[in-house]
Design a protein around this ligand. Structure first.
Ligand code: SAM
Length: 244
């Protein structure tokens, strides 16, 4: 997969995506990341990328032309014959909240362009003309879209085939497959002053372990995120457990 990031600080996203699973995915050639600075596409001695908002008020607004030129350069660089242009996503607090289903959808694409705003945001006309989708990483306001883009890159990279050493681990994660939260995890030592590992996990009885994990996942989801249960894939046995 190829991801192009349009940002005044493209090196920020690049560095965020240099470690662990994402760094490995890049080393393995499963993901390539390319930064495009709109300032490189701005005109004049000052290479201006922002200007004052019409109508007055505080802050600055990112201008159309440097952003449009950067998006076009990214599209051209990643163009493959007969393939449609990359989907352009504007990272925005006003977008659809990111969830694991959206991450899976994005991870299945060949290409993606992530547009990061700064200041008060981006000229609305550019969003209407060049952006396919707006995505938010939560109901709070960041100073720029770079952290949000890094979140998308990370979540999407770990879903690339071969990125995780054990592909099973992604399937067991929260929000995956059945839509529940993950069960708790333990490792050595068995005995510790902070507590003892639940005996069932050392029983060697795989059916009992699976049942315990399922109960924990159901219980946690019920206690922490009951909203997820409406959409979760639950068996009749799961429902009986939840009714108890
Ligand atoms: N004035 C804008 C508003 O209230 O909708 C906020 C602008 S914010 C200070 C600057 C940039 O940060 C935005 O253009 C966007 O790219 C990014 N950003 C801020 N919060 C975000 C969030 N929750 N999710 C994704 N991107 C965000």
């Amino acid at each position: 997969m190829r991801i192009d990031v349009i940002s005044l600080f493209p090196e920020f996203v690049d560095q965020c995506a240099g470690f662990g699973v994402v760094g490995r995915a890049r080393e393995r050639g499963l993901l390539s990341l390319h930064g495009w600075n709109p300032r490189d596409h701005a005109e004049g001695n000052y290479r201006r990328v922002d200007d004052r908002p019409f109508g007055g008020g505080p802050g600055m607004v990112m201008m159309i032309e440097p952003l449009r030129a950067a998006i076009r350069a990214a599209q051209a660089a990643g163009h493959v014959d007969d393939r449609p242009p990359a989907r352009v996503v504007y990272m925005s607090p006003q977008g659809r909240p990111l969830d694991q289903a959206k991450v899976r959808e994005l991870a299945a694409l060949d290409r993606l362009v992530l547009l990061c705003g700064r200041y008060e945001g981006v000229d609305e006309r550019l969003i209407r003309a060049e952006v396919d989708e707006e995505i938010s990483i939560g109901d709070y306001v960041l100073s720029g879209g770079e952290l949000a883009a890094a979140v998308v890159v990370d979540a999407v990279a770990r879903l690339q085939d071969g990125a995780l050493n054990d592909a099973e681990s992604a399937i067991q994660d929260s929000f995956e497959a059945d839509g529940l939260l993950d069960c708790p995890h333990y490792t050595r030592p068995v005995e510790h002053e902070l507590g003892t590992v639940p005996a069932v996990l050392m029983s060697g009885n795989h059916a009992e372990i699976a049942r315990w994990r399922r109960m924990q996942a159901l219980g946690r989801t019920w206690a922490r995120r009951p909203d997820l249960l409406d959409e979760a894939a639950l068996s009749p046995a799961d429902r009986r457990l939840l009714d108890e």
